[in-house]
Design a protein around this ligand. Sequence first.
Ligand code: KG4
Ligand code: ZN
Length: 341
Amino acid sequence: AQGLTILGLESSCDDTAAAVIRRAPDGTGAILSNVVLRQDDLHAAFGGVVPEIAARAHAEKIDIAVGQALSDAGVALRDCDAIAVTAGPGLIGGVLAGVMCAKGLSAATGLPLIGVNHLAGHALTPRLTDRLVFPYLMLLVSGGHCQFLRVDGADDFTRLGGTIDDAPGEAFDKVARLLGLPQPGGPAVEAEAETGMETPRLPRPLLDRPGCDMSFSGLKTAVLRARDRIVEEHGGLPRAARADLCAAFQAAVRDVLAEKSRRALSLGPVTAFAVAGGVAANGALRAALRDVADAAGVPFVAPPLALCTDNAAMIAWAGAERLILGQRDDLTLAARPRWPL
Ligand code: KG4
Ligand code: ZN
């Protein structure tokens, strides 16, 4: 057995991505190329991702990303064993651009086509980076997602809980906007928070309720109210008060994520606690989650940032895992805007 070489495509949000990975027969993975063409500049003026603009950019760039991924890897398309593509969930125009491209490549070469759930891609990444074995606990925290998954197999996920409203990244972005900080809000708020005191104390939503569900939209409203109180009192938002608010907000997110992680880890034995998503880049949050894992006596795993945020290597890897389970799709593969795991 030679192992598997898989081409992966990802276009479900605002990054057009293609990658080639190789999975050896012993289960180890190698990333041969990982191309991400960002669209931030196209959306910056609108303060968020505009679906129509994203879809058009994906359609224009997906072929370029694929060509670059193959050439970076030094692999010809015909030498791949399968083509894996994000088939959802995500912005439908972008998902369609990727799925149509993958179908074209599959039809032209006869290579198997594998539709991958974007969330499964994130959730299986620690097996590529850290060779995690099932079952492990995964916390997915990004601008679009926030959920705990117990991963029992490459096709066996149990959602233990998640946000009932905003994702934490979304909350970081909105808080940054409220406080006049640049986008993406996460890194800006984290940098501000470093010099701030955690005052005023903001609510820790849903901490008093059992289970692993979370809520972040009230927290954003609490920041808005606190800001308005400060502005009223001082006739503006002093620099130090802004830093304090950032620290107070980040502390609330930290405490909620940590306590809910503690609960998720108490629900059953796992081999590790893994995190993924852009918010996992936050040093303060990461440290708190590491402490929770330490206290539970399980290893804490955070893949390198480029593999935590949206990328196609994770889709190619998840495709390899599906192929090994004997799963594949055909040209009837549908793009799905919603696709719970
Ligand atoms: O995973 P990602 O790149 O894209 C998706 O949302 O799918 O995550 C982006 C999100 C943004 O909301 C951004 O503000 C947040 O991750 N983020 C952070 C940090 N870096 C990025 N949030 C908190 N702290 C950070 N250092
Ligand atoms: Zn994602």
